[in-house]
Design a protein around this ligand. Structure first.
Ligand SMILES: Cc1cc2nc3c(=O)[nH]c(=O)nc-3n(C[C@H](O)[C@H](O)[C@H](O)COP(=O)(O)OP(=O)(O)OC[C@H]3O[C@@H](n4cnc5c(N)ncnc54)[C@H](O)[C@@H]3O)c2cc1C
Length: 413
């Protein structure tokens, strides 16, 4: 098990590391531990999952993927990577409605932090969850289901790893579909809403230099017509591009309108390309979509400062949902994502500036990335914060799954 997260900015503080090979072994481990946490593929950038006690990887459990065609669902082992799940689902004729930019992340880890792709009408990855199986603080095995557990279930799905160790996840699936990806260059910012509404899944990239949106990644259903030559005042990319100019394009999923399966177009990066470690930090804030233009304008005065420590900024949209800790809880959202240079000291003051300027828009942070928002502001931005606190108290009275960062944003009494 790695000593650090993928980006290398978190060295896990755990006293002990474990890789159980059965659920019973995991249950004994959790029951006997005072402080325990699951780790997925380690792609988060913060310390929500960083325990001082026992850190458990579920990668030693059988990587099962069981499709239920009758209910149009798949039940998958927690540590399976989305890319591997997608390949098997596609072979069975099914798809997930959305994927993150990187297919290398584990299902349970991504769901726990409400990881998302893009699409005005598409929810985050956690919204596909129909059931969770988890080992609770006392070592019991519990299954919670959307149909049977209602509002409580909605509180548990985006659980930040704080309610138990998830062993299996059941997801809704849809029939497999094909996608074509077109990259267009230099979108005028006033056309932002129209660009997002133009296709199944749209991502915009900007470097915050010159007020332009440098790239539009338009992922459209394969049978939709291609963008017109003068679409929204943009030009077509002449060849494949990487979101960060100068980086190798062979790592990216196929562009130029070549049709392909959903799982090989919705992520930006290919599963076959293995990112070893990332020289980057990431932050992301979710804002009301209706305030998109205003929120971006609020950042304009510090565009130069942002640009100095930025690799690239990505703008996406995510549909509203009912999951308590989802950044999209009852709010159609604009996701403003920053890939920063790998220099925490240089990034910190800019991050504070960005957070201050976005404050009027009640930003909700991505739970897997770097943020320093005031805990009271975060609590106020999540209408079900108090309910989640109550759930935490009930599910984990001794604080077995608690970590210092969780305590900061979800304080004990
Ligand atoms: C290059 C890169 C690209 C990314 N792209 C996107 C993107 O497109 N969209 C987006 O929204 N995010 C994106 N992310 C963020 C990433 O999706 C999240 O940080 C996600 O949580 C990573 O999953 P993981 O398996 O690595 O989780 P980890 O970092 O290992 O863990 C995250 C949290 O989940 C908990 N957890 C893990 N496994 C379990 C389990 N079995 N049971 C209970 N809790 C568990 C951990 O305790 C921890 O609190 C990206 C990250 C990177 C590095």
């Amino acid at each position: 098990m790695p000593e650090r997260n993928w980006a290398g900015n978190v060295r896990y503080a755990a006293a002990r590391r474990h890789r159980p090979s059965s659920v019973d072994e995991l249950r004994r481990l959790v029951a006997g531990s005072e402080r325990v946490r699951a780790v997925g593929s380690g792609h988060s950038f913060n310390r929500f999952g960083d325990t001082v006690g026992d850190l458990v990887s579920l990668a030693g459990l059988p990587p099962t993927v069981e499709v239920d065609p009758r209910r149009r669902r798949v039940t998958v082992a927690a540590a399976v990577r989305y890319g591997d799940l997608a390949t098997q689902l596609h072979a069975a004729g099914y798809a997930l409605p959305t994927m993150a930019s990187l297919p290398h992340i584990s299902v349970a880890g991504a769901v726990a932090t409400a990881t998302h792709g893009s699409g005005n009408d598409i929810g985050n990855l956690a919204t596909a969850v129909a059931a969770l199986e988890l080992v609770t603080a006392d070592g019991d095995l519990l299954t919670v289901r959307r149909e049977a557990d209602g509002d409580r279930f909605a509180g548990m799905v985006v659980g930040l790893g704080a309610l138990g160790v998830v062993t299996r996840v059941t997801l809704d699936v849809v029939p497999a579909f094909d996608v074509r990806q077109y990259v267009r260059l230099d979108l005028p910012r006033p056309a932002l809403d129209e660009a997002f509404a133009s296709a199944y899944s749209v991502s915009l990239f900007t470097d915050w230099r010159g007020g332009r949106i440098g790239q539009v990644w338009r992922k459209q259903l394969a049978d939709a017509p291609p963008p017109a030559a003068d679409w929204l005042g943009t030009t077509a990319a002449a060849g494949p591009v990487h979101p960060v100019p100068g980086m190798p394009t062979e790592n990216c999923t196929a562009q130029l309108g070549e049709p392909g399966p959903w799982h090989d177009r919705l992520p930006h990066f290919r599963l076959g390309f293995t990112p070893s470690s990332g020289d980057e930090l990431q932050s992301e804030y979710h804002l009301p979509r209706a305030a998109a233009a205003e929120a971006l304008a609020a950042l304009d005065p510090v565009a130069e400062r942002i640009a100095e420590v930025l690799q690239v900024c990505e703008l996406r949209t995510v549909a509203a949902d009912e999951l308590w800790l989802s950044p999209q809880y009852r709010r159609d959202s604009l996701a403003v994502h920053f890939t920063w240079v790998d220099d925490a000291d240089a990034v910190a003051p800019v991050l504070a500036e960005v957070e201050g300027r976005l404050a009027p828009f009640t930003p909700r942070p991505h739970w897997g990335k770097v943020f320093t928002l005031d805990p009271a502001a975060v609590a106020a931005a999540y209408p079900r914060h108090a309910d989640f606190l109550a759930l935490l108290r009930e599910a984990d009275p001794a604080g077995k799954f608690r970590t210092p960062l969780l305590d900061r944003y979800f304080p004990r009494d």
